[in-house]
Design a protein around this ligand. Sequence first.
Ligand SMILES: Cc1ncc(COP(=O)(O)O)c(C=O)c1O
Length: 433
Amino acid sequence: MSLRAGLLLARAGEAAHPDAVAAFTRLAAAHGTPLYVYDAETIREQARALLAAFTPRFPRLRVRYALKANTNVEIVRLILSEGLAPEVVSEGEIRAALRAGAKGSDVLFSSSSKSPSEIDFALAHDVLLNVDNLDELGQVSAAAVRLGTTARISFRINPGVDPDTLHQINTGIPESKFGVHLDGGIARKGYETAKALPGLAIEGIHCHIGSQIIDPAGYEKTARKMLAFVRELKEELGLRLSFVDLGGGLGIPFEDGVPVMTPAVLAEALKPIWDEEIALLGYEPELWIEPGRFVVAQAGFLVARVNSVKTTPVKTFVNVDAGFNTLMRPAMYGAEHRVRVVGKDGPGTTLDVAGDVCETGDILAEGRLLPRPAAGDLVVFLDAGAYGFAMASEYNARPLPEEVLVDGDTARVIRRRGTFEELHRSEPETPAG
Ligand SMILES: Cc1ncc(COP(=O)(O)O)c(C=O)c1O
């Protein structure tokens, strides 16, 4: 049995199966813990599922990958090789996309707060700038003129749609910080201003309404609003856009046996709206989407080792060698990652899996019915491939974890474990006197 087969067994709830035990024992022995493990084939399958769902329905299509979900260059390279293009939010992510082999002109840069040097860097690489606000628009125009170039731009629109997801990852509601609002004519003013300013080439329109969305209704409402606005831009400003980006946000199933919206369900829901609106529009822009989580989350496993188990008068805590410095999502969003105890099954006990960070809030999994582990056992957090390592920190002076990419039966280090020396890498050699 391959390493991959062991990973998939754990995913399927069979972490006590000898092949799952062999796989995780081998990985932990070779690479230590805490350890991020990614399954290459799952990433390929997810990328292909997106393309298979959308390509037949939208022949003029571009699927992007939002690098923020997982910025490891080897992961990005793998995703690009499946035909996805990069969507980024910082100069560091532009650099990661370039390192992974992307052309600058294929990169879309969408942050709500871009520094002057990030704007210059994007322009120097012919990156498409997704403008967040009118102040930024003026800066982009001035920078393009100063550099003697043309800035390719789109606007991030705030469509005022609630996709019914967690508040912290709800980005298209009116009170969110992102984008130019359709309401109040702000978006319209943006395009009008962009037409008049020097150094700009208007290419498209963008929105992203949130993350972990499991119902197509929010996308449907958004698509209608966006396409009606694209028509307004044509009829009133004479603008013809080459793309309409409906963002990322496709959710994944975080619970056993609870399926969520698939790409095919989403594509099927969008198709009649798109066709109807395109007929009214009189031309067909490309449809772009830019999921992050959907591509990488399920490929990732965070492997941690149990340091100790203790029962207090209130609870039983399983103390592991990972914390919110390794996996931030439970502490930050109340996210619930499924936990598997390697090599154990049978009747569960209600347990809290507690992190090793010195903070009360560092609970990685709360009140879970799990087989009771012992010190030295391995526990695995599922769906850790997105916003896992990408949000990790060295808080509490713990070096960053290692990342390995499993392909069949091989495991390749794609980021070696951090070192204690690296914790101080940017500090002066000798303390200032
Ligand atoms: C502009 C933009 N696009 C795409 C994404 C990817 O979202 P997800 O990982 O939920 O697909 C995000 C995530 O926050 C984003 O801000």
